[in-house]
Design a protein around this ligand. Sequence first.
Ligand code: 5GP
Length: 191
Amino acid sequence: MELLKERIRKDGKVRGTDVLKVDSFLNHQMDIELFEEIGKEFARRFEDEKITKILTIEASGIGIACIAARYFHVPVVFAKKNQTKNIAGDVYTSKVESFTHGRVYDIIVSKDYLGPDDKVLIIDDFLANGAALMGLSQLVKDAGATLVGCGIVIEKGFQPGGKMLRDKGVRVESLAIVDAMSEENGVTFRD
Ligand code: 5GP
């Protein structure tokens, strides 16, 4: 998605070797007109699928998923991050190792909002090692729902998550794939 790549080139900031900061339009301040274009692009790529629910993870995925949902006309469910050991109630749960914070946390979704009739599109801001998407797809599996695919805004293609998921047969649609990045030279995109 050229508009997104241009924006990353203009406003993205590379930190160290593997963190891309996009706080000015995606992760802190949010450019809703850009989110609308992102939502339309996800809707175009998944238009042949009868998606019933969008699943994302708090916090950064929520804004993107909500705008995308306007084009799919389906509800958004976000997995909650739960750092306490006590998981109460009727929930699906799985574990995720955070890329940005390094710690492991539980994610939960109520059994009320995901079930065997659902065809689920997972949406998230970044794909790095794939831990977040693996955790979310486990919740979909536990619910007996169908995972249609994953819509990702920025995939870091030099990290293993994308290949791992595609090798497992998961359809992953990333709107910008970064093949290399450095503080000196900025980002290089695939195609
Ligand atoms: P993964 O679970 O695929 O290793 O990492 C994905 C999650 O970590 C995303 O939900 C995102 O919040 C965060 N993340 C991973 N890499 C980056 C990055 O380079 N920049 C930002 N802003 N977030 C990232």
